[in-house]
Ligand binder design. Sequence first.
Ligand code: ZN
Length: 435
Amino acid sequence: MGELLFVSRAFTAALMTNIVQGTARTLRQAGASHRRAFLSLHDGSSPGDVCVSWFRPGAKLPAAEEKQVPAHVDNERIKRVVRLNGHVVTNMMKDGVLCGSDSAPAMDGGDAELCGLWLLPAFLNHDCCPSVVCVPLDQETLACVACTSLDAGDELTDSYINLLQGCADRQAELKEQKGFDCCCRRCASEASELPAEVAAAVLQSMQDAYSVDDADEFLRRTEDIRRRVAAALLTIASSPDLRHMFRASLLVADIAAAMVYESPQCSLPDRKALCAEASWEVCQAVEQVSPLSAQHLHFAEKRYQNSALGSSRKDAFTYFFVVWLVRRAAIESILVGGPRVGQLRHLPPSDCRRLVQVFAKAQGLSMKCLDISNLEGQCSGGVEDLLEAAGVRHFGAAAKLLEFRSRPTATSTSQECRPETSGELDEYVILDEMD
Ligand SMILES: [Zn+2]
């Protein structure tokens, strides 16, 4: 987990209005091998024929094969390819600095949205519990980072949608935007173990609750739903792993409760403490399905921004911030010009401090929710001291995360283009170009 697997340059990066023209222009200038890679992207009709070796820097086709690659690609096909494979980058970037959003693949934003098409990441299949997260380093560079533990030969999967929704909503979103039915483990388990009527009843109850004007009545109903979700999960989910996944699918009541406890309209005297606890629950659930996600960080921060949380959960926010920072430190250390992957444990205090500063700035985090100067002070002993200061004692993977390997062990991108030898993706890590 946390390993940087590969970095990819955009085939095209442009505003939504120009993405098709920009891609056509890139194609006109592209060599035959680059064009062939583009033509292998899924366009809604036939899955492309693809091989990872095409993406090696400097890969070149034999002259005989070059002639077989069409010189012209029509705009309709470009449109289909971009719609199915592109990313909206605008939401992933903020003020030109890494914002830390998840992959945002739907091309349904406004015309002013910045879009990008990355060839190798486009071959990552979707999973509702993805094994990697794609993070933009700038408008043209996408880093692919492991967010689960991976063995050689494991498929790398990305998420195309918001993961904090139920199976039916996820399936509907995928069908509409990408045209397929998801049959990942989370969807399969949810379909077989979480009765549709339970999920539907919870979501319907929430809809009903939203029609209530009175905050206390809304909370009473929401708390009732939360209790029903907790009880259902205990009887339904056969493993803690599944419980966490199902919980994320039914998170709407926890999110609603946290937000109403936060509101001054709530008359409960201990609403701040209740808000803190509900927020903590949400953060923990998000952590399970989207470990490198910024969603929980921003959710908790919003609660702090509105002064709803007391100081009791400031430590929890710091915890998530530091866990997240360490997980993404391989990327961040590149951004701040720090040491290479593999040297995180030996990160000098000055670089450790810069990581905290850049990271907090990139996230636009307020001082209210995070004591940056205090954290900077904790950096004198390096990353391990930072973890200790944030109370990250039971973070099982922390020790492992500090041992970022310079040579990735995970090697495959999909069933169709699985390399035969371990470490083959080393070829695609282009850190040198980023210095
Ligand atoms: Zn799924």
